[in-house]
Design a protein. Structure first.
Length: 176
């Protein structure tokens, strides 16, 4: 079976444009990118089904598989169409709701997420500054393995790695 080169190029262009549009901050562009990805996938599955013009099932008289296409890619295309339709309807509802509430379909940064990311980055910088690595534990299971049992004693009495890092930071800031 030979694959037409134009279909391969078309699929590549549709996938690349779809991924580019998915990475935008506009919900309308995300919807268009998702539709492009869905259609590119349908064409890819159609090409996998075999050459065009063949019947996917027999006529009931001749049970030979000679001259038949594989019916599985056609069933997968129908499933992909339904999934694309459902997700597109959901995205359209999100776009409509966003437009009604904010008169914009641009995705804004959540301030709580930004603050959380900044605090996580600053904690990672403190750990590097004090020479603590993420894998510094007393055993191969780590100190947090003791927390799996409620009320279990801390065997080495030095706390969890997070508690030790906080105590080290308190000592450093208190000493200054």
């Amino acid at each position: 079976m030979t694959v037409p080169l134009i279909l391969v190029v078309l699929i590549a262009v549709m996938y690349s444009c779809g991924i580019f549009l998915l990475l935008e901050r506009s919900l309308t562009r995300v919807l268009l990118g998702f539709l492009l990805l869905g259609n590119a996938t349908n064409i890819l599955l159609l090409m996998a089904g075999g050459p065009s013009g063949r019947a996917p099932v027999t006529d009931g008289k001749n049970f030979s598989t000679e001259g038949m296409n594989d019916p599985l890619p056609q069933a997968l295309i129908l499933t992909a169409i339904v999934i694309t339709f459902g997700i597109s309807a959901f995205l359209l509802a999100m776009i409509y709701r966003s437009w009604r509430l904010a008169r914009a379909d641009e995705i804004q940064d959540d301030t709580d997420d930004v603050l959380l990311a900044e605090s996580a980055a600053s904690e990672a910088e403190l750990d590097v500054e004090f020479g603590e690595a993420a894998g510094d534990d007393d055993t191969e299971f780590g100190d947090e393995a003791e927390d799996a049992v409620e009320g279990a004693p801390d065997i080495d009495d030095d706390g969890t790695p997070a508690q030790r890092a906080r105590n080290a930071r308190k000592k450093e800031t208190g000493a200054r």
